[in-house]
Unconditional design. Structure first.
Ligand code: SF4
Ligand code: FES
Length: 242
């Protein structure tokens, strides 16, 4: 595959054609923040925290003197492209995205996003009138709980459940607009879906919306015996004799 040379924050870098701006920036040691992106999932460009300012691409709508902001996780490099990873516009855009997330979602168990909020000096109280995503915790199986008040709709869980990893297709988007959420077909309990309880969705969730039930019960102060009862239905496993 042919190589492409571009500049990122004034430094020249040459990468194979088809490389994303995010990976080209990583080659130069530049850090571009990401939230919905995961190295083992197909990039979907949902959160837009990774936007960078670019000279050398044709935007859908041209505004005189304004360079387009593009998602670095999704956009491919092109010859002669000039990328700025931390222009005032991209930083302002990231800050606003973080402020909107903080206004609507419980981010108390999202350490990476909280770090971004500090780094970008985002104001958690910027949108005091915003409607918050508040839904009951779903506890319908012995393996994990689902607390969608903490869900930022990054789609990682859906992708690993589908054709990025497990090919199980137990969960997907549901609803429209502000009521968009992640759910099962016809809102069936997880035990009545195709879920095989592999735990991959829990592993990729960046906000604690999906959590191992044992971890959740430990945090709530239950004893180990109580946790074993709750997660094994009271059955004790036989140990193999040595
Ligand atoms: S449950 Fe977690 S992984 Fe799934 S969309 Fe919500 S935040 Fe992302
Ligand atoms: S990390 Fe690029 S759009 Fe979410």
């Amino acid at each position: 595959m042919a190589d492409v040379t571009l500049t990122i924050d004034g430094d020249s870098v040459t990468v194979p054609a088809g490389t994303t701006i995010l990976k080209a920036a990583e080659k130069l040691g530049r850090h571009v923040p990401t939230i919905c992106y995961h190295d083992h999932c197909t990039a979907n460009g949902l959160c837009r925290i990774c936007v960078v300012e670019v000279d050398g691409v044709k935007p859908l709508v041209q505004v005189d003197g304004v360079k387009p902001l593009v998602p670095a996780c999704l956009s491919r490099v092109s010859e002669g492209m000039k990328v700025s990873t931390s222009s005032a516009r991209s930083e302002r855009s990231r800050r606003t995205i973080l402020e909107m997330l903080a206004s609507a979602v419980d981010l108390s168990q999202a350490p990476e996003i909280n770090k971004f909020i500090e780094d970008y000096r985002a104001d958690r109280a910027r949108f005091p009138e915003a409607e918050r995503r508040e839904v009951p915790v779903l506890d319908d199986n012995p393996m994990y709980i689902r607390d969608y008040s903490k869900c930022i709709l990054c789609w990682r869980c859906v992708q690993v459940c589908a054709d990025d990893a497990q090919f199980t297709f137990a969960i997907n988007f549901k609803g429209r607009g502000f009521d968009t959420g992640i759910g099962t077909f016809f809102d069936k309990p997880m035990t009545e879906t195709t879920c095989v309880f592999c735990g991959q969705c829990v592993g990729v969730c960046p906000t604690g919306a999906l959590k191992s039930k044992r971890e959740a019960l430990l945090e709530e102060g239950f004893s180990l015996d109580e946790i074993m009862q709750a997660t094994r239905g009271g059955k004790k496993r036989r140990r193999k004799s040595p």
